[in-house]
Design a protein around this ligand. Structure first.
Ligand code: ADP
Ligand code: MG
Length: 332
């Protein structure tokens, strides 16, 4: 994986599909990368700090305006073209559910008062879906770029990210944080981004040019819709209320230690945020051995305190460390 930004390419995978599905060449082609996260896992929805990077795999969309008040959506994933009236207000159900990631974005631009027009679009890409590389936010962002191009507007990356996140919440039904949409829209070649998920401030973090980032798929499937993600989020909110805080961002580790109840979920969030700070400082200083220790501590915390790992992931991390990587941890 190579960290990149979202530069257009000359010929998109989705262009040819568009022509064969809709009978005309597209007038617009957009591309949005997937992302990895070096450290800062499960903290974006608690206003935390994260350190993700956009990567050289992407979802792309090819499109053309139509005169009717509807959008016609096709994906290389298979299935028929999904037709949605521009004034639709309820999420799609059944086989067409994937189109919520697309139409939800259209609806959010519409509801924010942007001049949305009808269009046809075909989506394709080389980013694996549902494996934690954020194809959902990439699909939303490729859609947002289509909507903007057709409306003749360009939103700031942060504003675009917020509309995409709102679409994922309200149309796809996934209560995600802002990290994925932000790094996908603001990624910089050769850099990770240190993102403050409370202020939405973004600091580019240059990566050593000889650093290789390797992503391994455990092939153990999870679904964000299966409720575990929402449960972790609720656990954090319960801890927040019990401690009388606005978010866990405001909790320091001494206060957590002093509290009678052991808030393991909260402890993960608090220690992970502090690991992001230390990781970013170690990256600046070129201190690779510290990066490795922090990644190991992050994995342990996700396994023991947050309970989102599994034996296959634990084994993969162990093998990667034995093979001599600079650091390894679960992601996604
Ligand atoms: P991740 O974001 O880690 O890839 P998610 O479960 O959040 O995993 O999102 C995956 C879902 O996004 C897919 O099940 C599908 O509904 C939708 N999706 C992503 N890319 C595409 C695509 N190219 N075509 C159709 N649907 C897609
Ligand atoms: Mg996703």
């Amino acid at each position: 994986m190579r960290p990149i930004n979202s530069k257009p390419t000359s010929r998109f995978l989705s262009d040819k599909n568009f022509e064969s599905v809709f009978g005309n060449p597209p007038t617009i082609a957009t591309r949005a990368p997937g992302r990895i996260n070096l450290i800062g896992e499960h903290v974006d929805y608690q206003d935390g700090l994260v350190l993700p990077a956009a990567i050289d795999r992407y979802i792309c969309g090819s499109a053309r305006a139509i005169s009717g008040p509807e959008v016609r959506l096709w994906s290389s994933l298979g299935g028929d073209t999904v037709v949605v009236p521009l004034d639709q207000t309820a999420p799609l159900i059944g086989r067409n559910r994937w189109a919520n990631y697309v139409f939800g974005v259209v609806a959010k631009y519409r509801d924010a008062g942007h001049p949305v027009v009808g269009f046809e679009a075909a989506f394709d890409g080389n980013l694996p879906l549902g494996v934690g590389l954020s194809s959902s936010a990439a699909l939303e962002s490729a859609t947002a770029l289509i909507v903007e191009a057709l409306a003749g507007i360009t939103l700031a990356p942060t504003d675009r990210a917020l509309l995409c996140q709102a679409a994922e919440h309200d149309w796809a039904g996934v209560p995600c944080g802002i990290m994925d949409q932000l790094v996908i829209n603001a990624g910089i070649d050769g850099h990770a981004l240190k993102i403050d998920c409370r202020s939405l401030e973004i600091q580019p973090a240059p990566l050593p040019p000889n650093l290789a980032i390797v992503v391994a798929d455990s092939k153990v499937h999870h679904s964000l819709a299966d409720g575990e993600y929402a449960k972790r989020k609720a656990d954090c909110e319960n801890a927040t209320h019990a401690l009388g805080l606005a978010s866990l961002r405001d909790l320091d580790i001494d206060r957590l230690r002093a509290s009678r109840q052991v808030f393991r979920r909260a402890r993960h969030v608090v220690t992970e945020i502090s690991r992001v700070k230390n990781f970013s400082a170690a990256l600046d200083a070129g201190n690779i051995s510290t990066l490795a220790a922090l990644m190991a501590a992050s994995h342990d915390s996700l396994r023991a305190d947050y309970e989102v790992s599994c034996k296959e992931l634990d084994a993969l991390v162990e093998i990667a460390v034995e093979l001599g990587t600079h650091g390894s941890r679960m992601m996604g």
